[in-house]
Write a protein that binds this ligand. Sequence first.
Ligand code: THU
Length: 159
Amino acid sequence: MKQNSIQIDYIEYESLDAMPADDVALIEKAIEIAQKSYSPYSKFPVGAAVRLDNGEMYAGNNQENVAYPSGTCAERTVLNYVNANFPDHNIEAIAITSLKSNSSIPITPCGFCRQVIMEMEYSQQQKIRIILHKIGGPTYVFQSAPALLPLAFIGEMLQ
Ligand code: THU
């Protein structure tokens, strides 16, 4: 018997002042698109913005549905869009934010979205930086998908 543990490293920025300008721009895009969220049921608007390897940014928000499971998170709205339209470009980073929060920490992606980020990172063979921002609060930066989904189910099917 052996006791193991998994450590997760991330950077915390207290304010946007210390962050790289391109990451700040991505966060601003996520905040902007969150305002167009369709979230009449949860009233919890979320925005996500992706930067590709050519520097271009794309954004998406959560799109809910009266049949609740038919709704989609902001992350998957934008990730599936860029993967559908720009399959030859790698994703460098994704920034995620919510307009409302009772928490003192940034919003964190759901398990579905972590799995999708994981697959896109694995298939493009380039790490995706995950930037979680709380408006008026801290920003957490994770350098790759496995940090948010340790021991992910991925390799067996894709090898
Ligand atoms: N949501 C996102 O869009 N992204 C997340 O990271 C967490 C949750 C959405 C799903 C639903 O529309 C609303 O937030 C409340 O859960």
